[in-house]
Ligand binder design. Structure first.
Ligand SMILES: Nc1ncnc2c1ncn2[C@@H]1O[C@H](COP(=O)(O)OP(=O)(O)O)[C@@H](O)[C@H]1O
Ligand SMILES: O=C(CO)[C@@H](O)[C@H](O)COP(=O)(O)O
Length: 499
């Protein structure tokens, strides 16, 4: 029997990955990866070039029957009527719109609580009340990461660009649209913006989509952008087909061509790739650090710290996310002039708590906690304890403790954590593996090193292709379970300095 191939595409912050996969088993068949430019804003055309390069490295997509794109969430892609990008996309880790987030929070908080009792669960404090009203409206309070704050920033700071905007979409929507053969057209012509599509998981990270009602909140979009006469992508259900790929890009050798599935936000795609269920929490150490759990019901965190995103199966994916993820280790390596293994060797020469040296790792500002203007700091250094070993250990512990913060926030929603699954590029680090169970205070399951966003995208593609009610049952390969004595003193020391 000829095997059917599907492809999972992950257009993440640092690179695009293409995983050609056996639709029946999920087995890796071919793989390609190409880097993106560094920075917190990016010309989307760089993602297109990276996709083409990664697909070529993966041996091309001519024999692929379905594909889906998972992507970094929240990135604001603005298109004009000709389908040209209006300005560089502002990415999820760009914090320039922090004041716009606060302004939008204040706008919803200004009105007192409703007199009819329907808002008795809201705070008397206007700022917290504003955050809570956003949570009730779209599942999440606003921080600079969310798309709605970025369109507000453009409206306030770049009126000429804002006036040209005919459509707003996200990285995965835009790449899917390009793969379907759409793109910029000549002056005088109009691009097919109505062909843009997205899914619930990525739409739920915009700040203008209500994933419980499955509808855009155009009133909130207008509040931020000043107008609502723009095209937003159609929001597809988990198994709807978005388009058929341009045969020049994928599916040339497949009867009927290559189907493009809805795709989704990278965290939702990873949860599908890991076949997560209720009780599982993924901790992903990519550019971002993310603790995410599956919820069968919408999650509304009235403390406004956990974002209540949707997943890509029809459920929800409450998650807490840091702007500073695995790059904390990269910064440590650069400062100490060592590679990954040497960083781990140095850290192993230290002890839990690094003899008092603590890194609060908010290098690029932070969103969990919401400190967009923060920078990183090393605390507790004395002439005695300032050694390379302690600094290496403090970098690894700072990364893990920031993720423990996320884990605690997710637990605070009532999630009963039965299993932690550690993924992302940072999960390859021997030091992270060594100290994660101690800092998290429980065993950590280590799925086999692989690209789980791309696997989730491939699984969704196989699901749509199959026409079945459930996604294909692919076996999750596990490398092992990390164990270690809990080291609560490490997190306590971190929490003291974090404040
Ligand atoms: N061999 C390795 N050991 C430890 N960390 C690694 C290794 N390779 C990559 N990383 C980490 O993985 C990160 C990228 O992770 P990835 O999940 O690919 O990010 P993203 O999805 O955001 O593009 C890098 O910033 C780096 O810290
Ligand atoms: O902003 C979020 C989630 O809310 C991030 O998780 C982005 O989706 C980027 O993901 P990576 O590139 O780090 O995987």
């Amino acid at each position: 029997m000829t095997r059917i191939l599907v492809a999972g595409v992950d257009t993440s912050t640092q690179s695009t990955k293409v995983r050609v996969t056996d639709a029946a088993t999920g087995e890796l068949v071919r793989f390609g990866q190409a880097k993106h430019p560094d920075g917190t804003s990016c010309d989307p055309n760089a993602w297109w070039d990276a996709f083409r390069e990664a697909a070529a490295q993966a041996g091309g997509l001519d024999d692929v029957a379905a594909l889906a794109v998972g992507g970094q969430q929240h990135g604001m892609v603005l298109l004009d009527r000709q389908g040209r990008v209006v300005r560089d996309a502002l990415l999820w880790n760009d914090t320039r719109s922090a004041p716009d987030a606060e302004r939008l929070v204040a706008e919803l908080g200004a009105a007192p609580k409703a007199a009819d009792g329907s808002e008795d669960d809201l705070s008397d404090d206007a700022t917290l009340r504003g955050r809570q009203r956003w949570v009730k409206a779209v599942g999440s309070s606003l921080v600079a990461s969310l798309t709605i704050t970025k369109i507000a920033w453009v409206a306030a700071n770049e009126p000429d660009n804002a006036a040209r905007v005919a459509a707003v979409c996200l990285p995965h929507d835009w790449l899917s649209w390009r793969i379907a053969g759409h793109g910029p057209v000549a002056d005088g012509e109009t691009a097919d913006l109505a062909a843009l599509f997205t899914d619930r998981s990525d739409a739920s990270g915009t700040g203008y989509f209500d994933s419980a009602a499955n509808e855009y909140r155009m009133d909130l979009f207008k509040l931020a952008f000043g107008r609502d006469d723009v095209t937003l992508p159609r929001v597809l259900g988990p198994t709807e087909t978005g388009a058929v790929a341009d045969p020049a890009i994928a599916g040339k050798d497949v009867p009927g061509g290559c189907i493009i599935a809805p795709g989704g936000g990278d965290n939702a795609m990873a949860s599908l790739g890991l076949s997560m269920g209720v009780g599982d929490v993924s901790i992903s150490l990519g550019t971002s650090g993310v603790a995410a759990a599956i919820s069968p019901v919408p999650a509304y965190d009235m403390t406004a710290s956990v974002t209540g995103f949707a997943d890509c199966t029809g459920h929800w994916l409450p998650l807490a996310c840091t702007i500073n993820g695995s790059r904390i280790s990269d910064a440590g390596r650069a400062a100490l002039g060592v590679d990954y293994d040497e960083l781990a060797d140095l850290a192993a020469q230290s002890v839990p708590g690094a003899e008092g040296v603590t890194l609060i790792p908010y290098f690029d500002g932070e969103r969990t906690p919401n400190r967009p203007d923060a920078t990183a700091a090393l605390y507790g250094m004395t002439l005695r304890n300032t050694t390379k070993a302690n600094i290496a250990r403090a970098f690894v512990e700072g990364l893990l403790c920031s993720q423990r913060d996320c884990l605690e926030l997710v637990k605070g929603l009532g999630v009963d954590v039965k299993r932690i699954l550690l993924i992302g590029g940072g999960a390859k680090s021997a030091a992270v593996r060594a100290y994660a169970p101690g800092v998290f205070g429980m065993d950590v399951v280590l799925p086999a090193t692989d690209e789980y966003v791309a696997i989730g995208a491939a699984r969704q593609a196989a699901w749509v292709l199959s026409g079945e009610a459930e996604p294909p049952a692919w076996q999750l390969a596990i490398d092992g379970t990390l164990t270690g004595e809990p080291t609560p003193e490490v997190y306590e020391q971190y929490a003291r300095y974090r404040g």
